[in-house]
Ligand binder design. Structure first.
Ligand code: HEC
Ligand code: HEC
Ligand code: HEC
Ligand code: HEC
Ligand code: HEC
Length: 194
């Protein structure tokens, strides 16, 4: 092997490592959720069985999103368990009357219009089609924001290459459109952009 090939190979290796490992790390800023909420505990211990008890599509079609503290206070006005996470909930949020500033992984840019009522009620899609198994979470994930676009990492999805992408990993414009194509849904730009 000539010296040039060796140097080239080495340079290539460095560039690949930088591109595949260092770049994604540098591209995303990590933030902690304000509270250690677990869907799993609630499914097992709280007696709340349906997603819609916390994430309802209301009669008027508006999606309630993540529930307000009022909903949590129904059970957690005082501590019912021994966990540190619940103590934080009661002492820092419920008693002083503060809302939890949840970071929404799926958050789309402000110019995108998305409706849960259309997808869940009208089209009958399951939550897992777009959110995977997060509704059974045993811990909150780290929230990652793209430094350049300011978007949540879930828009692009975790895999930078997007090669082996499961259907729910990422929700870029092309991902919305891929599913629409599969379901023969057609619309112009203004269907999704206001
Ligand atoms: C129907 C009752 C009920 C409601 C409503 C409820 N919880 Fe809980 N929650 C529980 C029970 C039961 C536990 C388990 C307590 C234990 O044994 O430690 C729990 C545990 C927790 C914990 C401890 C960590 C964990 O998840 O295991 C946190 C934090 C928490 N809940 C947050 C919330 C928040 C935030 C809301 C509102 C969105 C909420 N809960 C609504 C019953 C409820
Ligand atoms: C006791 C109330 C409660 C129930 C029941 C519940 N959730 Fe949640 N959910 C929450 C809270 C609080 C959060 C915000 C904290 C977090 O991200 O884990 C959340 C967050 C989420 C998110 C993250 C949205 C995002 O992009 O940030 C998804 C997806 C979700 N829930 C799906 C489900 C599904 C599916 C079910 C039913 C299998 C369900 N949830 C049942 C309270 C609940
Ligand atoms: C077709 C894809 C799709 C399906 C199906 C879907 N979601 Fe979502 N979900 C999204 C998108 C996209 C967002 C971000 C919306 C935005 O930023 O305006 C989101 C946001 C959320 C949020 C955060 C809302 C907020 O603004 O605080 C929760 C909670 C959630 N979804 C729960 C659910 C649950 C529970 C179901 C099943 C009943 C469900 N989703 C079904 C795509 C979907
Ligand atoms: C998993 C499949 C799937 C994904 C992902 C998906 N959609 Fe849809 N969407 C549908 C289906 C199916 C319909 C048709 C609903 C009906 O009319 O029954 C629809 C309808 C719509 C409509 C209403 C069109 C009309 O008829 O008025 C809008 C707007 C929309 N989607 C926006 C979005 C956006 C924005 C995203 C990405 C953030 C998205 N969708 C991702 C399946 C999907
Ligand atoms: C099915 C829904 C849907 C339709 C239809 C749609 N878009 Fe988008 N568009 C999105 C979503 C979701 C995003 C944000 C995520 C992303 O950047 O891919 C987006 C982002 C964009 C952006 C910003 C790019 C960026 O990365 O931030 C532009 C520009 C854009 N769309 C233009 C268009 C034009 C022009 C059309 C019509 C030819 C169109 N869109 C049709 C869903 C849609």
């Amino acid at each position: 092997m000539s010296r040039n090939t060796l140097v080239f190979g080495l340079g290539l290796a460095v560039a690949l490592v930088a591109g595949w490992v260092a770049f994604p790390r540098a591209l995303y800023v990590q933030r902690q959720q304000p509270l250690e909420f677990r869907h799993k505990t609630h499914a097992e211990k709280s007696g709340v069985a349906e997603c819609s008890e916390c994430h309802a599509v209301r009669e008027d079609g508006v999606f309630a999103g993540i529930p307000a503290m009022e909903k949590c206070a129904g059970c957690h006005s005082e501590r019912i368990g021994e966990s540190k996470a619940e103590a934080t909930l009661v002492d820092n949020f419920i008693k002083p009357g503060h809302e939890t500033p949840w970071l929404v992984y799926a958050r789309q840019p402000a110019n995108v219009w998305f409706s849960h009522a259309i997808h869940v009620k009208r089209a009958g899609l399951a939550c897992t089609e777009c959110h995977s198994t997060y509704g059974e979470s045993d811990q909150v994930r780290l929230y990652q924001v793209n430094r350049i676009s300011g978007y949540s990492r879930d828009i692009w999805g975790h895999s930078i290459s997007r090669l082996r992408r499961a259907a729910h990993e990422g929700m870029k414009m092309s991902d919305c459109e891929d599913c629409h194509r599969r379901h023969n849904v057609e619309m112009g730009c203004l269907g999704c952009h206001e």
